[in-house]
Design a protein around this ligand. Structure first.
Ligand code: B12
Ligand code: SF4
Ligand code: SF4
Length: 237
């Protein structure tokens, strides 16, 4: 049986790309995502990055594939899809509709909780992390991969990490946005995008990144490079 080596192979396939397996979810029958091949997934393996380690790898790929639409999504698919197939599963991606609940999966898999900005906060890398895809496995693939040996149903859930926002009294993230886009009733994406189109927005958030995200003191060592930040802001705006 493949045992832990199946997971090791998957991890070894992701590592050169600056990506990692960020945790497993074992959804109940009601919330299990459907598999394209039929039936429902028994497990969801979340793939992403803590910090911006994938950026130099992606940049090399991007230089070799100029003019590609949605380059980060395309790169993610090129990297993750073959690894999912080799693991006997199917890959899904955060940008594909209908949207899969990546943040809910991350909360279940890693015990992370939302910051006041909507992004999940990680105790070490703060707001500087994200998800590039997930691998859906059925029971047979799960057994072959050996996931149940380590973290399957019946295994203890991972301990919930400390939630940094609980002890952050000043909450500087909430006062840093020039247009107050983070209100109690949610994120005002229209106000944010309108600001980004102004001269002040172009010289500010568009070139240096979201001021609210950057105001958080947690995980400063994991902050993305300026080039990566500008790339994400351009993709978002
Ligand atoms: C739609 C969307 C947006 C919309 C938000 C619309 C809205 N009010 O919900 C817009 C375009 C505004 C947006 C913006 C950003 N987003 Co966005 N977004 C998504 C997307 C594609 C779908 C969310 C969704 O509805 N899912 C469906 C439901 C069923 O799933 P869910 O897990 O329950 O969804 C949760 C989110 O909707 C969340 N939520 C609600 N309001 C907001 C607002 C914001 C800003 C965020 C981040 C989350 C959030 O609460 C839900 C319950 O947990 C997800 C990817 C995904 N598939 O989840 C990324 C995602 C949530 N986004 C992400 C990020 C990083 C951003 C940006 C920071 C991008 C950037 N600039 O780098 C910005 C933030 C704004 C800024 N000023 O920089 C990350 C969050 C990672 C994390 N650490 O948690 C995700 C998971 C994508 C990824 N590849 O990792 N986003
Ligand atoms: S500034 Fe404080 S409240 Fe805001 S995201 Fe960071 S830790 Fe959480
Ligand atoms: S990008 Fe700028 S305008 Fe948009 S939410 Fe962040 S700080 Fe506010």
């Amino acid at each position: 049986m493949a045992g832990a080596s199946g997971i090791d192979t998957l991890g070894a396939g992701l590592a050169p790309h600056g990506l990692s397996l960020r945790g497993w979810v074992f959804p109940d029958a009601d919330s299990a995502p459907r598999l394209a091949a039929g039936g429902s997934a028994s497990a969801v393996g979340l793939i992403g990055h803590e910090g911006g380690g994938f950026w130099p790898v992606f940049q090399v790929w991007h230089e070799r594939h100029p003019g590609v639409d949605h380059p980060l999504d395309t790169w993610s698919k090129a990297v993750i899809t073959p690894l999912a197939i080799a693991a006997g599963g199917e890959a899904v991606f955060p940008s594909d509709r209908p949207w899969h609940p990546f943040q809910q999966w991350a909360m279940a898999a890693q015990g992370l909780r939302p910051s006041p900005l909507g992004m999940l906060i990680h105790p070490v890398c703060g707001l500087w992390h994200g998800y590039r895809g997930a691998i859906l496995l059925d029971d047979a693939a799960l057994a072959r991969l050996g996931v149940s040996d380590q973290a399957g149903p019946g295994a203890a859930p991972p301990p919930a990490p400390a939630h940094p926002c609980d002890t952050c009294t000043d909450k500087p993230c909430l006062s840093a946005c020039p247009v107050g886009a983070f209100a109690a009733d949610g994120f005002d994406a229209a106000a944010c995008r309108a600001h980004l189109r102004t001269d002040v927005g172009r010289q500010g958030c568009m070139s240096t990144g979201c001021l609210a995200r950057d105001a958080c003191p947690v995980g400063r060592d994991s902050r993305y490079s300026d080039a990566q930040i500008r790339f994400h802001m351009a993709a978002y705006s």
